[in-house]
Each structure stands twice: as C-alpha cells, then as structure tokens.
Design a protein around this ligand. Structure first.
Ligand SMILES: *Cc1c(COP(=O)(O)O)cnc(C)c1O
Length: 397
C-alpha cells in the first residue's frame, strides 16, 4: 500500500509523538491529570486500523490534510503507513514536505492562489494538479512552464447523492466540458486524469459507482483513455444517528464500477475523515451546570464546529466520567436527559445546535469524553476569546 514514489530515496521521518504523555486509557488520563483544559487523545491502534482498511483500495491512498492538519495527527497517519498526501495550499505542502521527506504531495484543489502552482512545482516537486475550467488550466500551464511531466486531473461535479456535506456546487464541471479540458491537457503534453468528490460523510457506496460512470462517459466523449482516476474522499466516520454501511460495500462497489472502465487507469483516493475520525477522542470538562444548561471548556469555536454545518445530522459517541472522593473517574451509565450545551466563550452563538443526551446526575467537574472526533474538529478550531484547545496525549499502545 502507498508505495513511496519519490525520485530519490529520502529517509523516513522520525516521529516526535514519543514526546507526548502516554496513558493506558482515557480514564487513567482523567484520574492522573484532572485536566481543566480540553485534551485530544490519540489512539495509535485506531489510526493503524483505519489505514489498514484502505489496503482494499486498488490504488494509492492519499490523506486529505484539511481534515486534520495537526502535526501529532499527521504523525499518526504517517506511522500507519500513509505516504501520499492530498494538499490544497502551499502551507499544507510545506508542512508535509518538511516533516516527511519521503512522502509525496498532490495539489488536488481546483482553484489555487496565484503563484501557488509555480512554487509547488519548482520548489516542492509537486506534479499532480486539478482544474475545472480554462482559466485555471491556463494559469497552471503558465506557472509550471507548460511542464510535460505534469499530471492534470479534471474535476467533474457529481450529483447530490448520499453525502451529508456536498462538495459539487463549488467545484467541478460537466462531462462534456471536462472532455474538452482533457483534450486541451493532452494537447499540452501533460497526462490527463479525472477526479471527483462525492461529498463528505457519504453514506451511499452507490454514489461512487455513479461518479465513476460519469468519469467513464467523460473519457468516452473526449475520445481519450484516462491515464489516472482519483475518486476523492467522502468515506464516512462511525458516528451515532447515522447508518454507515459496512466499509467493504464501498470497496466492492468501487471495484465493480472500475471494472467497466476501458484501459487501466492509475487509481487514487483521498480520504480525510475516514483515516482520522476514530483515532481522536476529546476529553472535555463540565465547568458549570445550571438546571438543564451545561457550560463546557470547549464549544463550537473549538472542537465542535462541524456540528453546526447545514445538513449535519450525525452525533459523536459520548462517555461521561465522574471523579469520586477516592480519586477515581467513574464511568456513568448512558444518559437520557437532554442538556443544552454551551462553550466557554462570551458569545451567545457558542452553543451546540442540538441538546446532548447525558446522565441526569451530571455536574461541574465531570468529564465528557467525545469519541471519533478526529475529523474537522482540530482543523476548524479558533482562538476566539483566548480559548484554543491544544493539549495532546497518546492513549493505548
Ligand atoms: C475535503 C476533501 C477531501 C477529504 O474529504 P473527506 O470527506 O474528509 O474524506 C478529499 N479531497 C478533496 C478534494 C477535498 O476537498
């Protein structure tokens, strides 16, 4: 999986995660450190499991850095064997290049800041790019000097399907227009590819089959073979209140659809969420309870932003621990009482959009452990009002 394709043979990176405090369990962390600030717990085994799932994908697996760019998380993804990174900005590319000399970056954003491709190509040796219109293709060819060793993917927009968060209204074009761009790319001497993103937290494996069929039709209209196909991200995280199909349904459906493509395109996928969601849990403390209102040390300006996105319906799995008089943190039975949950800032908007179901006995000083919160949490936190969750620990082996 994820074979290293760098031209020279750079040394593997050293992982600095050893410097983080380590605990056998979240419970032990709470008992030993009684944290008053939010703590992100990393589970190396869960990162390894997530990466292992993608061994069933018949191509390269790129980690989409935007889902969680924290260096501690990138280290876990790297340690799990991932060597390809889907990057969307120069800052992401520089971060990955600096930290993992033997990894490869792919610049898979269809709209780039002026000059970004120039620096990515000439300074960082990035050769994979995406476009969805003539303007970006002209800019890319100009900035890279019309380099012949480029691989340029055209992004097609796929129908609204089974994803909670759509990514096709902002980017992508029709098969007919994409076919025209593919011909231009071929004429420019670069290698043509097709890419799409079915949307994030995609609960329907069929969405990938439908998108692959659109890619086939696009290549057919263009009358050229597809050298590369990148099926994007969108693979779901294991949240509650969301019926996530078994993972092998995705790979079986994708494999079946790929078999209908002429030729043998080089394949890639770009999971963000699926590689990191389960690997991170958040330990957050109740600061104050007023009747059915709870005030936490973290909120929507910190780790909980994704809950506020239109269309988001999933819930993070929760566990509540109450410290007792003997220094133990006692796991509470699942709660069924709705609480309105506020974050620590002075802003009225800093409230979770849905009540959380928690034990009736919950009180100030208790801990809520939020599982599977690796995706679009850390990545979207702000330091509004001076609150910036940034404590880390390793839990498990
Ligand atoms: C956001 C994004 C991804 C990752 O999406 P997930 O839903 O987190 O898997 C992959 N590719 C592109 C181009 C993206 O914009």
């Amino acid at each position: 999986m994820n074979d290293v394709t760098a031209r020279e043979k750079p040394k593997p990176a050293k992982i600095a995660a050893d410097t983080l405090p380590r605990f056998a369990s979240v419970q032990e962390l709470i008992e030993k450190t009684k944290p008053v600030l939010p703590v992100y717990c990393l589970f190396p085994e869960k990162f390894a499991d997530a990466a292992r799932r993608f061994q069933d994908f018949p191509g390269d697996t790129l980690y989409a850095v935007k889902a969680n760019p924290a260096p501690h998380v990138l280290d876990q993804v790297y340690a799990a064997g991932i060597r390809h990174f889907d990057t969307a900005s120069l800052a992401e590319i520089a971060l990955v290049r600096r930290r993992y000399p033997d990894a490869q970056c792919h610049f898979m954003a269809p709209v780039r800041i002026a000059g970004a491709a120039q620096t990515a190509f000439h300074r960082h040796g990035v050769t994979d790019y995406v476009v969805d219109c003539d303007f970006e293709l002209d800019k890319l060819l100009a900035e890279t000097g019309g380099a012949k060793d480029l691989r340029i993917f055209v992004r097609i927009s796929t129908p609204l399907g089974g994803a909670l968060l759509e990514l096709s209204s902002k980017f992508g074009t029709t098969p007919a227009d994409a076919a025209r761009l593919l011909k231009r790319i071929t004429e420019a001497g670069a290698t043509p590819g097709i890419t799409f993103h079915v949307g994030s937290q995609c609960l329907s494996p069929f969405s990938y089959a439908q998108a692959i069929e659109m890619a086939r039709r696009t290549a057919d209209i263009a009358g050229i073979g597809i050298a590369a196909l990148d099926i994007g991200g969108g693979f779901p995280g294991p949240y509650h209140n969301n019926d996530v199909p078994p993972y092998h349904w995705y790979f079986d459906t994708i494999r079946e659809a790929l078999a209908t493509l002429p030729g043998k395109p080089k394949l890639m996928c770009e999971p963000g969420r699926a590689l990191i969601a389960e690997g991170v849990s958040l330990v957050t403390q109740v600061i104050l309870r007023k009747d059915d209102k709870l005030y936490l040390n973290d909120g929507i300006y910190g780790s909980f932003d994704e809950l506020t996105l239109p269309g988001w319906t999933a819930d993070y799995p929760l566990r509540v621990f109450s410290p007792d008089g003997d220094g133990r943190a006692v796991l509470q039975p699942a709660g069924h009482t709705p609480f309105r949950v506020y974050g620590p800032t002075c802003d009225t908007l800093d409230v979770l959009p849905k009540p959380l179901m928690l034990p009736e006995t919950i009180k100030a000083g208790d801990y809520i452990v939020v599982d599977a919160i690796g995706a679009y949490s850390v990545a979207l936190r702000t330091n509004f009002n001076g609150f910036f969750p940034d404590e880390w620990a390793i839990v498990g082996n």
